[in-house]
Design a protein around this ligand. Sequence first.
Ligand SMILES: [Zn+2]
Length: 150
Amino acid sequence: MKCKMCEHQKNITNDPYFIMELETGYVILGWFQRFKGYTVFNCKEHGPELHNLDHDFKIKHLEEMSIVAEAVSNVFKPDKMNYELLGNGCPHIHWHLYPRVKGDTPIVSSVYQLPNSELFDESRRPSDEVRKDYINKIKNEIERLLSLQE
Ligand SMILES: [Zn+2]
């Protein structure tokens, strides 16, 4: 069976939500912004589990994931970042990076307590203007953080 994420990654730079390519993955703005700044980091390697990745690649991937989350945090100033590597529906490592603020869900817990009808409602899609603004801000902040490492 073909992996939908591997297929998507062949032309990922054409995705209007594409933010940027890093060494081990692709940064994409979440299609739905119920949680402002929600961003996804897709691994370039196919597979469901971190522990199956080559060691050096895995460490680099984790570092880059952390930088993406830091950039999102710096831009959106949440109370807390959530880092979610689930993959139950799609067995290809991809991180859901959710900026969380106090009171953003009824229960202090995962975003998935909310029904899909709220998380993925069309009304939660950003306008073109907002989408481009978020993409630019996140990209600029990732580039700034990467430049500090050199
Ligand atoms: Zn895949």
